[in-house]
Design a protein around this ligand. Structure first.
Ligand code: ADP
Length: 601
């Protein structure tokens, strides 16, 4: 299944499941129709049963009671079996829908343009849709089937009543219409409250993670922030709870008022039907079964149908979100493997010409006419204050954003002419918040080269070499299964690495890639300045002759580069070697003086 870019309508709650799992859906529809017919058939069977029972007292022939009795038993038995069958069919549908829909949503998510991931509003929409899309689809389908079932059931009972006392049916319909409108409105209020509360709940969920995850355990113990964060978590949770409570309260008061009216209506029906029963227009059996049916009916119309209508409008609102999600822009090729054939194109130069860039939805220019030219085989360092725009340059280079003005050229060719798959293969980046995969060390590293098919032993050698260049051989020897040791605490024999070791694994992942340009974007920011410099020196040593970009705000690490570019106010403010820049007595030299004490061992 592919999530099409279009407006989704209520009919899709039937269309999509029918396409994904036709048999279970058809079975469900048929079963629901039979189930809907049971109450009116019960009215007929009960009427016959009671009337026959009364007649037996005067005319005998007890045997006559068996056919209505068996009919009643058969109907009750069928209703019991059908609920088991429905549960089974639902399970089949659930499994199939889960398999297909979840995959479709994950696929769409992985193709989304990066700006939607970084934007709060769209990210909230994405998380909302990501929460059980198949469950929501099945909920929508069941809701429509419920409504259909109620309509068939209610219409047949109303017709039975109308056949004997027509105005009672009209009175029931007359009172029920405003109840539906009320229920429909309640559904909207409910979904809006849910959407509103979701913002706070998402923030509360994040704090819950901080308070309970294994990753934060040391800091939790050390800083003792549990109490303070607990309070913030509680406040956010409370806001979300109150929003939903207020909406529920309103809905509850409305429906309670409505139910007083309907209870009154049931009593009126019972009283009114006594007259035709007294006149023998209807039999005692019919009176009993009609009054019972009318009570059930009013109950159904005021509660179950109202609830179903409320759910209906809630489900409709979900479709608005789903349509918005389906229309979020995608980046072509973002979920495809890197196109490694581009690595054969010899790298000559990378150029930014007067590049201006503002993040979508904001109005502050981050790059303000930035120009620079980088050449093959050299190590460049981008330095500058935090927030100067260094990482933004990487995001543009790797095609995560393309709404920039000016030109970015690789070998004189416009970056926009490269596909996502090509850019993925052309740059290998270790970001500041690089991923820690809870798989084996080998798999952690080989991920850096996933466009290529290697034989198992080739893979092993490649990984071992990359890890060796990052001085990891000794520590890996001490691990129970060497490079096949699982990392993280997910698996029984998994081990945890230190922060520095994780960084080396991430850099090894970068090194294994045959990308022409390697970028380290402060993956070492959590290390102290001296350790950071050492990791960068190690990287420099193993990447000698390769084209690299090192990003850092700490100048000790930048010193090893052939050329240093100082990014300031969205432009390259200074450029040169470490010594040249020191002599300039400009931004770099001032920063260096300020940071000098960091490197006094
Ligand atoms: P550096 O890498 O130099 O520390 P960045 O390139 O990460 O700086 O960020 C430059 C500026 O852009 C910062 O002020 C940051 O807050 C802002 N910024 C980064 N990402 C986004 C985003 N997705 N939306 C809006 N502003 C952003």
């Amino acid at each position: 299944m592919i999530i099409e870019n279009r407006k989704y309508k209520v009919i899709d709650y039937i269309r999509i499941p029918l396409k994904i799992a036709p048999m279970p859906v058809i079975c469900m529809v048929l079963l629901r129709f039979f189930v809907a017919a049971i109450p009116s058939l019960l009215v007929l069977a009960t009427t016959s049963f009671v009337d026959t029972a009364i007649d037996i007292f005067s005319n005998g022939r007890v045997i006559r009671i068996y056919s209505p009795l068996f009919a009643i038993m058969g109907l009750i038995g069928f209703s019991w079996i059908s609920s088991i069958l429905l549960a089974f069919v639902n399970l089949r549908l659930d499994l199939r829908m889960n398999e297909v829909m979840r995959l479709a949503v994950v696929k769409k998510r992985s193709r989304l343009a990066y700006k939607h991931i970084e934007n709060n509003e769209t990210w909230e929409l994405i998380t909302r849709i990501g929460k059980g899309p198949s469950e929501q689809m099945i909920k929508g389908l069941n809701n429509i089937l419920n409504i259909m079932e109620y309509i068939v059931e209610i219409t047949s009972i109303l017709l039975l009543i109308a056949a004997h006392v027509w105005w009672v049916s009209i009175a029931i319909v007359g009172i029920s219409v405003p109840l539906f409108a009320l229920a429909f409105k309640s559904g909207k209020v409910d979904y809006e409250a849910f959407t509103d509360a979701e913002k706070y709940r998402r923030r509360a969920d994040y704090l819950k993670e901080v308070l309970s995850s294994r990753e934060n355990i040391e800091e939790r113990a050390l800083f003792g922030y549990t109490k303070a964060i607990n309070k913030v978590w509680f406040d956010r949770y409370e806001i979300a709870r109150k929003i939903e409570y207020e909406a529920d309260k309103k809905i509850f008061i409305r429906t309670k008022t409505a139910s007083i009216i309907t209870t009154f209506l049931s009593m009126v029906i019972a009283l009114v039907l006594i007259v035709p029963a007294g006149n023998r227009v209807i039999t005692v059996g019919l009176y009993i079964s009609l009054v019972t049916a009318a009570f059930n009916l009013v109950q159904k119309m005021s509660w179950e149908l109202s609830f179903a209508m409320k759910e209906y409008s809630k489900n409709k609102m979900y479709l608005i979100d789903f349509s918005l999600f389906s229309r979020l822009e995608e980046t072509q090729g973002s979920d495809e493997l890197p196109d490694i054939s581009i690595q054969e194109m010899p790298y000559e130069s990378l150029e930014f010409i007067n590049v201006h860039f503002t993040y979508p939805g904001t109005d502050r220019k981050i790059l303000n006419g930035l120009s620079m030219r980088l050449e093959k085989g050299k190590a460049y360092a981008f330095v500058g204050k935090n927030g100067a725009g260094k990482t933004t340059i990487t995001k543009l280079l790797t095609g995560l954003y393309d709404n920039y003005e000016g030109k970015i050229l690789i070998n004189g060719k416009d970056l926009r002419n490269f596909t996502q798959e090509q850019l993925k293969a052309y740059f290998s980046v270790v970001f500041q918040d690089f991923a820690k995969y809870y798989v084996t060390i080998k798999d952690n590293v080989i991920l850096g080269n996933c466009g290529e098919n290697h034989k198992i032993d080739e893979q092993k050698t490649l990984v071992e070499n990359a890890l060796d260049s990052m001085d990891m051989t000794e520590s890996i020897k001490k691990m129970p299964k060497g490079i096949d040791t699982p990392l993280g605490k997910l698996m029984k024999d998994g081990i945890d690495l230190s922060g520095g070791q994780w960084q080396r694994v991430a850099i090894a992942r970068n090194l294994i890639s045959k990308a022409p340009i390697h970028i380290l974007d402060e993956p070492t920011a959590s290390l102290d300045p001296i350790s950071e410099s050492k990791v960068y020196e190690l990287f420099r040593k193993v990447s000698k002759g390769k084209s690299t970009i090192l990003i850092t705000h700490r100048l000790g690490a930048a010193r090893i580069a052939d050329q240093i570019l100082v990014v300031d106010d969205g432009v390259v403010a200074e450029c040169g070697s470490h010594d040249e820049l020191l002599q300039k007595n400009g931004i770099y030299s001032n920063m260096f003086k300020a940071q000098r004490s960091w490197y006094d061992e």
